[in-house]
Write a protein that binds this ligand. Structure first.
Ligand SMILES: Cc1ncc(C[n+]2csc(CCOP(=O)(O)OP(=O)(O)O)c2C)c(N)n1
Ligand SMILES: [Mg+2]
Length: 778
């Protein structure tokens, strides 16, 4: 007999249903193994989220084994990590050893990780909300590449987030929605696992339909997958309308509790609530307890047919789509619906009975197709082998972009912020290939961070052309503001969090889309804190970007305490994946930017943070270039100490004039005073730690750069450390070789004022430095 299209669709749905079950089993078993079978050495709970996985296995089976295309990229909600590993295990791309080492050292990570997992992970997730929003920014980056001729429109993928419903509470989602609307977001799907449970309990009923409104307002199509096909069929039967009405008005908590209690509880409640409606009662009575429980949990997010229909509908155009897929947290597990099931684990008895229900023999738990006959196994294998992930080769390494030598801007007095703008402008005008790959996102501080010159030269980016109305009306303005497809500046709204997610997405252009972009994002230094989690998130997944934070510290002067950054040098030191520099002089900055463009492209490289200022200061006259290499390692002697030196001043950034003035005041008494420019407390400290670690890791012994620098200072000498920021960024220098330290810096909130007043009040002036030197000699 010939197979019809309907038969083959039905067979496909049946296969995907079986794969849903496999994923539920394998994810549950992986977590069970980590918690109950693998020996524990520390008594800590290993954890894992069986209920969060079971909630989304149907969605992931339908997506990965049916709807996904090779060019699509997915962010998987953190707690469904084991499902992603199970998918790759079925594909033969994940090893048994990795699954058995889930949450163990070197094993599959608890939450999908681009850098630490051995399977391909498009976006890391973990901090809820960020992995969702990054897909929208990735889609904007994809559009940028298409507009710049770096990617064919036909190769455009969908950027997809599989998200928990509690992620909808994160504010960054709404900041992203607004930005997405402004930039005409497309090719983005967010699939909500709408189990109406978060970590602590069930979620607020009052949000019902609010999400639809919010997303639709922002241009999204909302597809609500509330009921599965079996429930829909029941609704069409006599009494069905009453059942539907009951379900649709049932509070989240009641629904979850009844799901947990099972068939008999459903029956008792429905019979009570629909008493008098003979048809509805008959409909309920036509199901035994098990069938009734199965019917009542046949929600859209568990119904393969509903899911693939929705994906097909959404795929008809490019509009961003939010799928609200109703689900049951812990679906198919004994913990289903229980409000405490988020971190709840099945006990050994429960997992054994689930195993038995699935026909899997003891000892066969890890078998890919355990419990299935040969024919079914072969059928499922064929579906799996036919999916887009099978045989999908990783993106080839994107070709590096050459980096030219960056010239130092002219000027006897310069501020690092102005020099930054000048260097970028020169680069833009040079026509060097590097300039073509620079993208400059900024959250409404383009002009005030000196990106304006670059933007004038290279234009704003918009897929659709946007005229500069002021220029058109011949109203004088220093800033051109026309946008077009070839523009290279991405103007964001003021929400700094979006800057960091945009840097994350742009900084992943090479691994995601095969073309390197070199993002240079600007922000006011104090407002780094607003996007700190997103910054960490970007670094965690090894996105490569240059963050230019300016102005900073007390040099903001009249802007006052609310704008003064204090602890950002410590953020720079503490953030893995980010090398922080604070240049004092323009030539240091040019060297750092050149270094940064290399570092952003190096295999073992990373991102770079430059803390700049608007304070113009006198530039040093250099005898030669010998400072340069040392500056790029974190510091150099501006005036080297001698064998009789009794004190040295180690300083960072724009308080250089105060340091030099103090040196002048001390010149007579201390002709051999040392002046150490610390260009990067971060690099110095990292180098020191690495050298210490080398002693016990067996790596070749090395002298840390900071050790080498301070070796020049006699052991009896004292060290004044000073920067326009938290003094602890430098005070540790005394620990390297035991020099006595007098630390200066700011560790309280600032206020308005001019620099002499502020530097005096916060003890950053020459007098304070002289006092500090004196204190060391007492
Ligand atoms: C930013 C952040 N805050 C808190 C947590 C801790 N946390 C992990 S999961 C979760 C709730 C998840 O609920 P939901 O998104 O609905 O996922 P699901 O129900 O599918 O497990 C919370 C609060 C986190 N991972 N990230
Ligand atoms: Mg949830």
């Amino acid at each position: 007999m010939l197979e019809t299209a309907t038969d083959s669709r039905a067979a496909r749905i049946a296969a995907l249903e079986a794969l849903d079950t496999r994923l539920r089993w394998l994810s549950a078993w992986t977590i069970h193994n980590a918690n109950h079978l693998r020996p524990s050495r520390d008594g800590l709970k290993v954890g894992g989220h069986q209920a969060s996985c079971a909630s989304i296995t149907a969605i992931m089976a339908a997506l990965y084994f049916h709807a996904l295309r090779p060019q699509d990229k997915v962010a998987v909600k953190p707690h469904a990590g084991p499902v992603l590993h199970a998918i790759h295990y079925l594909l033969g791309q994940q090893s048994l050893e990795q699954l058995q080492a889930f949450r163990a050292f070197g094993g599959a990570q608890s939450y999908p990780s681009r850098t630490k997992d051995v399977i391909p992970v498009d976006f890391s997730t973990g901090s809820v909300g960020l992995g969702v929003a990054v897909t929208a920014f990735a889609s904007l980056v994809q559009d940028y590449l298409i507009a710049h001729g770096q990617l064919a429109e036909a190769d455009a993928g969908r950027m997809i987030a599989l998200m928990g419903d509690a992620e909808l509470d994160e504010g960054n989602i709404y900041e992203c929605l607004i930005e997405g609307y402004k930039h005409d977001l497309r090719n983005c799907w967010w699939i909500v696992d709408y189990n109406r449970q978060s970590l602590d309990s069930t979620t607020a009923d009052r949000m019902f339909r609010r999400f639809d409104d919010i997303f639709e307002t922002c241009g999204w199509r909302v597809l609500t997958l509330r009921h599965g096909k079996r429930l829909q069929a029941a609704f069409r039967k006599p009494g069905g309308q009453a059942l539907q009405d009951w379900i649709e008005t049932c509070p989240n908590a009641d629904y979850a509790a009844l799901t947990y209690q099972g068939g008999a509880a459903w029956r008792a409640r429905l019979n009570a609530d629909m008493a008098g409606d003979t048809a509805a009662l008959a409909l309920v009575a036509a199901h035994d307890d098990a069938a009734l429980a199965a019917l009542m949990t046949n929600l859209g997010g568990h119904c393969i047919e509903t899911l693939i229909e929705a994906f097909e509908l959404a795929a008809q155009d490019e509009r961003p789509v939010m799928f609200i897929a109703y689900t049951v947290k812990g679906m198919g597990l004994p913990v289903a619906g229980h409000k405490d099931n988020h971190s709840g684990l099945m006990n050994p008895g429960q997992i054994a009975s689930l195993r038995a229900d699935l026909g899997i023999s003891e000892g066969d738990e890890w078998a890919r197709w355990g419990g299935l006959g040969d024919n079914s196994a072969a059928e499922l294998q064929a579906v799996v082998d036919g999916c887009s992930l099978a045989g999908h080769a990783p993106e080839p390494l994107a070709a590096p972009v050459p980096v030219p030598a960056l010239a130092v801007p002219e000027g006897a007095e310069q501020a690092t912020q102005a020099a930054f703008g000048r260097i970028l402008l020169d680069l833009a005008k040079s026509g060097h290939p590097l300039a073509d790959r620079i993208v400059t996102p900024s959250p409404d501080v383009t002009v005030s961070t000196n990106l304006g010159g670059f933007v004038n030269a290279r234009g704003l980016f918009r897929r659709q052309e946007l005229k500069d109305v002021f220029a058109g009306a011949k109203i004088p303005s220093a800033q051109k503001w026309a946008a077009h497809a070839a523009g290279q500046h991405i103007e964001l709204g003021i929400a700094e969090n979006n800057l960091f997610l945009m840097l994350a997405a742009t900084g992943l252009a090479a691994p995601l889309f095969g073309t390197r972009l070199l993002p240079v994002g600007t922000v006011y230094d104090p407002f780094i804190s607003r996007g700190l989690d997103a910054l960490n998130y970007a670094c965690y997944q090894d996105a490569r970007f240059l963050l230019v934070a300016t102005p900073s510290g007390l040099t903001l002067g009249p802007e006052g305490g609310a704008h003064q950054s204090i602890n950002t040098p410590l953020i720079g030191m503490g953030q893995p994946g980010l090398t922080a520099f604070e240049p004092a002089f323009a030539d240091e900055l040019a060297a750092m930017m050149e270094w940064a463009f290399h570092h952003m492209q190096a295999v073992d490289g990373g991102s770079v943070y430059l803390r700049l200022t608007t304070r113009a200061i006198a530039q040093p006259v250099r005898a030669d270039d010998s400072w340069r290499a040392a500056a790029l390692k974190g510091g150099y002697w501006l005036r080297a100490p001698g064998s009789h030196t009794r004190a040295a001043i180690a300083f960072s950034g724009a308080i250089a004039p105060e340091v030099l003035a103090a040196a002048d005041l001390l010149a007579e008494d201390m002709p051999e005073l040392g002046l150490l420019v610390v260009t990067s407390p971060d690099l110095l400290h990292r180098g020191w730690s690495a050298a210490n670690a080398a002693r016990w890791t067996g790596a070749a012994a090395q002298l840390a750069h900071v050790d080498e620098l301070l070796a020049a200072l006699p052991a009896s000498a004292g060290l004044v450390t000073i920067l326009d920021g938290s003094p602890s960024a430098l005070s540790w220098l005394g620990g390297v070789r035991g020099h006595r330290v007098a630390p200066l810096g700011t560790d309280s909130f600032g206020q308005t004022g001019d620099l002499p007043d502020l530097f005096h009040r916060y003890r950053l002036d020459a007098d304070a430095i002289v006092d500090a030197v004196a204190s060391l000699l007492d």
